[in-house]
Design a protein. Structure first.
Length: 287
């Protein structure tokens, strides 16, 4: 996934940050459980949010133990979520999404590094796809649709709606009892993710002549960026408003503190950060 769905750490209670990190490090350990250790680099903020949300819908309170991880090998031990069946499913979802994202990036950029990464995770992708065949088939079709829309130089709105469809499928696979509030939540989150990523990549894509639906066959100027920024800001804020409204109707009883921080503060903070950089890609850092 993309790694944009982050917590607003400066405005996070210490206990909520500790719990949020427990999910992050628990997913990292779950990835390393049956995978090459380099696969741990695929852990991202998006699947942390997904894991918390999925545990709420499954009504499974995850267990934690004190330990250390590769990123923080020295110092005091901290809470890390123990591996459970739901965490395993989230890892499989992340592996499948990561594989198709690499495949899509290779089509756009013909990157040697990404070809190596795709070959590296291929065997683990096949195992994950074997465990989640329906999900793999659906995501494969969605990425085929993405490719076709791009070839036809389709509109930005077509691609945004395809991303909404993809996040809806992610929610259906991860969360038992998928309902209307979660559907609204996931679809608007998918729209937000696609639009913020496309905007964040503006100058990078323009300089490398990579595909970006905002600048097809157009010259990118500061004036153009200003117009795009206004449009993107209005749409991102609208998506966030709908995400919050749907979240307010959910029965959140597990890890509510860190999850609410992500939804009420993190999405807006990330939006503001990306917009301030005006299409110059933001760095995504580890915890």
């Amino acid at each position: 996934m993309f790694g944009y769905i982050t917590a607003d750490k400066p405005n996070m209670l210490i206990k909520d940050y500790a719990e949020y990190r427990a999910y992050y490090c628990g997913l990292c350990k779950s990835i390393g459980k049956n995978n090459p250790q380099l696969m741990r680099l695929s852990v991202n903020y998006d699947i942390v949010m997904l894991s918390i949300l999925a545990h709420n819908y499954a009504k499974i309170k995850p267990d934690a133990e004190m330990g250390r991880c590769l990123i923080h090998p020295i110092g005091k031990k901290f809470a890390i979520l123990k591996h459970d069946e739901l965490q395993g499913k989230i890892v499989d979802i992340n592996t499948i999404l990561g594989y198709y994202k690499l495949q899509d990036d290779i089509l756009d950029e013909d990157s040697g590094k990404k070809k190596i990464a795709k070959d590296y995770i291929r065997a683990k992708y096949k195992k994950a796809a074997g465990r989640l065949p329906r999900f793999d088939s659906v995501i494969s079709k969605i990425y085929e649709d993405f490719e076709q829309i791009q070839k036809n130089k389709g509109s930005l709105s077509e691609l945004i709606e395809k991303s909404a469809e993809m996040l809806s499928e992610v929610g259906k696979e991860a969360c038992p009892g998928y309902d209307e509030p979660l559907d609204i939540f996931c679809k608007n989150l998918g729209r937000w993710v696609y639009l913020i990523d496309a905007y964040d990549d503006l100058w990078k894509d323009y300089r490398s002549k990579s595909y970006n639906p905002m600048i097809i066959d157009q010259e990118l100027t500061e004036e153009k960026v200003e117009d795009l920024t206004k449009m993107v800001r209005a749409n991102l804020n609208d998506y966030i408003s709908k995400i919050k409204d749907s979240y307010d109707t959910m029965d959140i009883t597990i890890s509510e503190g860190p999850l609410s921080n992500v939804i009420y503060l993190g999405l807006q903070a990330r939006t503001d950060q990306v917009l301030e950089n005006r299409g110059n890609k933001c760095k995504k850092t580890l915890l």
